[in-house]
Design a protein around this ligand. Structure first.
Ligand code: ZN
Length: 497
């Protein structure tokens, strides 16, 4: 009987997954090839399909099925129990929210995103402020509806990184902040020496070939995926068919290459999920932080190491004669250019996490009512000065640069740093298990590394919560030290070039 009920759950989850995949295809198309004049039609199609999916996911028969299976989860085999546990968790969170709150959150967020774009364009924070105030109140209400007994920020955080202990996250970020500040203070503030080698004239058709070659060489399967172009690079999974996007700059080889490596890292994760568990939680990525760990692993740990360029400088020189006489060490310096800067999305490895910590500190203060929205721009400037010694010339380069808060995603930023933290731990563990990763990369022998990630991360989906997955894969609970060690070594290398 229980096997029969679980079979029903599987059919339902796969149906939901098919609808979600169809939505993803429409969204991917909108961001890549859709003609610009049909936005309204596409928005309507996406709205219709989203409503159908919502109906399926909230159908009383489906909810009763999940509740019934959850009560008898002790009788399920452990893999099936994972699917029931995770489905129930998400369903209960949705169910806890009163309808009017759901509707108002969606409306206010959609509106605020539009207002944010105008406020940013006109460098006018005061226009966004009342909306942002409302968003903070609604996020507090959201958290209280889900669990009135826990701090609101902890509940919000869990929305994006289920399974990370909030107390551990706080102490991890505090350790990271104190460890990063002396490193950032050592950076050459001009960074001028480093830049040149990978800047010049790199024809786009040749860059496309180079980026595809790199993605293919590290293991991205082009029979089950594509690499295209988008204004804001992203990766999206269409039920086992993984679409990567990147963006090219004719004058800077780094821009597309490191976007491609980043997105290919996300894509390798999606392609590595258990195909037999497609559509179920076991066949779905563990968390945003774990997802980001896979992109950072390939972008930063593999893609910026010397051995990477020992492997790829020769094919790059064949495509780009400009690199013929550029020595490896100059290429390496260019790939690792680092200096304090105002904009998070353009930040290097060493400064990046301080940008996140700044946002984490401000958003917790907002939610805990220790900071007023009207005081946010000043608080932002004070922290930029404190952490980077920089003063944003305007709010456009300051508090208005990211859309996250206006989108209602408070508690999301830490997942970027958790990704970096997990990636450093995974790299150390892979090295302990496989021997020198640099030797493998130099030889272009990527399958052992990919297999290692497949086994310990990709194939497991949501079998374990994020903190536990990382503990099992690396032998240590999420901790800042491996990332700090990696960045210290990185800074020494930069200083030696
Ligand atoms: Zn990413």
């Amino acid at each position: 009987m229980i096997a029969y009920l679980y079979g029903h759950l599987l059919v339902a989850l796969r149906k939901h997954a098919d609808l979600a995949a169809t939505l993803h295809l429409l969204e991917w198309d909108q961001e890549t090839f859709m003609p610009s004049g049909t936005l309204a039609e596409r928005a309507r199609q996406i709205g219709t399909l989203s409503a159908v999916l919502h109906e399926y996911e909230t159908a009383p028969a489906f909810l009763a099925l999940v509740d019934g299976l959850y009560e008898r989860r002790a009788d399920l085999d452990p893999r099936q129990a994972v699917d029931v546990r995770e489905t129930k968790w998400r369903m209960d969170r949705r169910r806890a929210l009163p309808g009017p709150l759901v509707a108002e959150r969606a409306r206010v967020q959609a509106e605020a995103r539009g207002v944010w774009a105008e406020a940013r364009r006109d460098n006018d924070f005061s226009r966004l402020a009342p909306r942002l105030q409302r968003i903070v109140e609604l996020e507090r209400q959201f958290a209280a509806a889900v669990d009135p007994n826990r701090p609101a920020y902890d509940v919000l955080l869990e929305e994006y990184e289920p399974g990370i202990c909030p107390a551990r996250l706080r102490s991890l970020l505090a350790t990271l902040r104190e460890g990063l500040r002396p490193l950032v203070a050592r950076l050459d503030r001009n960074g001028a020496a480093a830049k040149a080698a990978l800047c010049g004239r790199f024809p786009l058709d040749r860059q496309r070939r180079f980026n595809r070659l790199v993605a293919e060489t590290i293991g991205f399967d082009f029979t089950r995926g594509r690499l295209d172009e988008a204004a804001h690079p992203f990766t999206i999974d269409i039920g086992g068919d993984v679409r990567l996007t990147t963006r090219y700059d004719e004058n800077d080889l780094r821009y597309a290459l490191y976007s491609t490596l980043h997105e290919a890292g996300h894509g390798l994760y999606e392609q590595g999920l258990d195909p037999d568990a497609l559509g179920t939680p076991r066949g779905t990525a563990c968390s945003l932080g774990v997802h980001e760990s896979q992109s950072r692993f390939w972008e930063n740990h593999v893609g910026r190491m010397e051995a990477f360029w020992e492997r790829f400088l020769a094919p790059a020189r064949e495509l780009f004669p400009e690199l013929a006489d550029v020595p490896l060490r100059s290429v390496l310096a260019s790939a690792n250019e680092a200096k304090p800067s105002l904009i998070r999305t353009e930040a290097d490895e060493i400064t990046y996490n301080l940008h996140i910590i700044l946002r984490f500190e401000l958003e917790t203060a907002l939610i805990e009512d220790r900071l007023r929205v009207d005081d946010l721009p000043a608080a932002w400037r004070a922290k930029m000065e404190e952490y980077f010694g920089l003063e944003p010339p305007s709010d456009r380069e300051g508090v208005l640069q990211d859309v996250h808060w206006a989108s209602g995603t408070i508690g999301y930023f830490p997942t970027y740093t958790l990704g970096n933290v997990y990636a450093a731990q995974l790299m150390d563990a892979a090295e302990a298990s496989l021997g020198s990763i640099a030797d493998l990369v130099r030889a272009g022998d990527f399958p052992p590394l990919l297999q290692w990630l497949r086994q310990r991360v990709h194939r497991l989906g949501q079998t374990y919560p994020a903190g536990e997955l990382i503990t099992q894969a690396t032998g240590e609970a999420p901790t800042a030290q491996p990332l700090l060690d990696h960045l210290s070594r990185k800074l020494e290398m930069i200083e030696s070039l």
